[in-house]
Design a protein around this ligand. Structure first.
Ligand code: ADP
Ligand code: MG
Length: 303
C-alpha cells in the first residue's frame, strides 16, 4: 500500500501542497486531477522522492520514501516515474533505450521483453529508429515503455498521453492501462484529461487550493459533483437553482418554467451543444438536432 500522511510542501515560501493524506492499494489506479498549477506534477515528484517534504510522510509498504536530504540517488527500484519532460537517449535506437535497464545476461529474454513492451506502446515498427528522429508523441511512448521495462511495483505517470495524437491515443490508453492492471502495477496518473480517468482509474483525487478537494471513485464524483470545479472536469454543466446540472441532463419540452432563447448550436458529432440565454444567464444543453439562433425553447431538468 502507498500511504501518504499529512504531506505538506513548498518550493520556496509559498505552499504548494498542504496536509494531504491518502492511501492506495497495490494494483489500484489513482488519478490526480486539478487545474494547471494545482500541484499535480509536484505531488508525483514528491511521491518519487525528488524533493524533501516540509511535513508528513510517504510510505510504500514498509519503505519510507525520502528526498535528496536522505538519499544520494533519487528514486527507488520498485518505483518508476515518467515525467512531463521525458529524458531519453537521443542517439540510440528505440529498442536500445527500452533495453537500457534490462540485463544483458539473458539476451533471449531481453529481446522478448523489449518486443512485448514495443507492442504495448505500439512502436514495434520503430524498434531500430534513433530516438532523436521521433515525434514528441513517439518519444513519450518510448519513455512509457522504458519505465515499464523492469516491471515496477508502482508507476507514476505525468500526463502520459499529452503529446500523443488523437488517432493513437484511445487505443494506446487502453493498452497501457490494461497492461498495468494485468501486471498488478499500482499506477498514479496526473492528468487534466477525463479520458485518462473514466474507465481506467479506481480512485480520483482533485487538487484545489493546495489541498485535496475531494477523493472518491470517478463514478461517484461524476454522479454527485459537489462543486463546479468537479463538474467542469467531466463536461459542460450549468448551475440552476444552486444545483449542478450537466448539459446532457437538460432536454427541450413542450413548455416549462425555463424559457430560453437559442444563441448558438455547436456541432459535437453525435449531438449538438446548444447555447441559450435564460434572462441574463447562459445555459448549455445537448440536443439531437441543430437549433436556429433566436428560436425559443423550453427546458426541463432530468435531475
Ligand atoms: P501542475 O502539474 O498541476 O500544473 P505543478 O506541480 O507543476 O502543477 O506546479 C504547482 C505550483 O508550483 C505552481 O504554482 C508552479 O509554478 C510551482 N512550481 C512548480 N515547479 C516549481 C519549481 N521547480 N520551483 C518553484 N516553483 C515551482
Ligand atoms: Mg504538471
Amino acid at each position: 500500500m502507498l500511504s501518504v500522511k499529512h504531506l505538506s510542501f513548498s518550493y520556496h515560501k509559498t505552499p504548494v501542497l498542504k496536509d494531504l493524506s491518502f492511501n492506495i492499494n497495490q494494483g489500484e489506479h489513482l488519478a490526480v486531477i486539478g487545474e494547471s498549477g494545482s500541484g499535480k506534477s509536484t505531488l508525483l515528484k514528491l511521491l518519487y522522492g525528488e524533493y524533501d517534504l516540509d511535513l508528513g510522510s510517504i510510505h510504500w509498504k514498509n519503505n519510507e520514501i525520502l528526498g535528496p536530504k536522505y538519499n544520494l540517488v533519487i528514486g527507488y527500484d520498485f518505483m518508476k516515474y515518467v515525467a512531463q519532460e521525458f529524458d531519453l537517449m537521443p542517439f540510440i535506437s528505440v529498442e536500445e533505450n527500452i533495453g537500457k535497464f534490462l540485463s544483458n545476461f539473458f539476451p533471449e529474454e531481453k529481446k522478448e521483453r523489449t518486443a512485448e513492451l514495443l507492442d504495448v506502446v505500439e512502436l514495434s515498427a520503430f524498434a531500430k529508429t534513433k530516438v532523436k528522429t521521433l515525434s514528441g508523441g513517439q518519444k513519450q511512448r518510448v519513455a512509457l515503455a522504458r519505465a515499464l521495462a523492469k516491471q515496477p511495483e508502482i508507476i507514476l505517470l505525468d500526463e502520459p498521453f499529452s503529446h500523443i495524437d488523437n488517432f493513437k491515443k484511445q487505443s494506446l490508453r487502453r493498452r497501457v492501462f490494461r497492461y498495468l492492471k494485468e501486471k498488478n502495477i499500482t499506477c498514479i496518473v496526473a492528468t487534466h484529461d477525463k479520458d485518462d480517468v473514466l474507465g481506467f482509474a479506481d480512485t480520483m483525487i482533485i487538487l484545489h487550493n493546495n489541498k485535496i478537494e475531494t477523493i472518491n471513485t470517478p463514478e461517484h464524483l461524476f454522479k454527485n459533483p459537489k462543486t463546479p470545479l468537479i463538474a467542469s472536469f467531466f463536461g459542460e454543466f450549468n448551475v440552476i437553482d444552486n444545483k449542478i446540472v450537466y448539459a446532457h441532463q437538460l432536454e427541450p419540452v413542450e413548455t416549462s418554467q425555463l424559457k430560453a432563447t437559442v444563441v448558438h448550436s455547436y456541432f459535437k458529432g453525435n449531438y449538438y451543444l446548444i447555447e441559450v440565454k435564460v434572462n441574463e444567464d447562459t445555459i448549455f444543453f445537448e440536443n439531437d438536432t441543430k437549433l436556429k439562433t433566436g428560436d425559443i425553447v423550453f427546458l426541463k431538468s432530468l435531475k
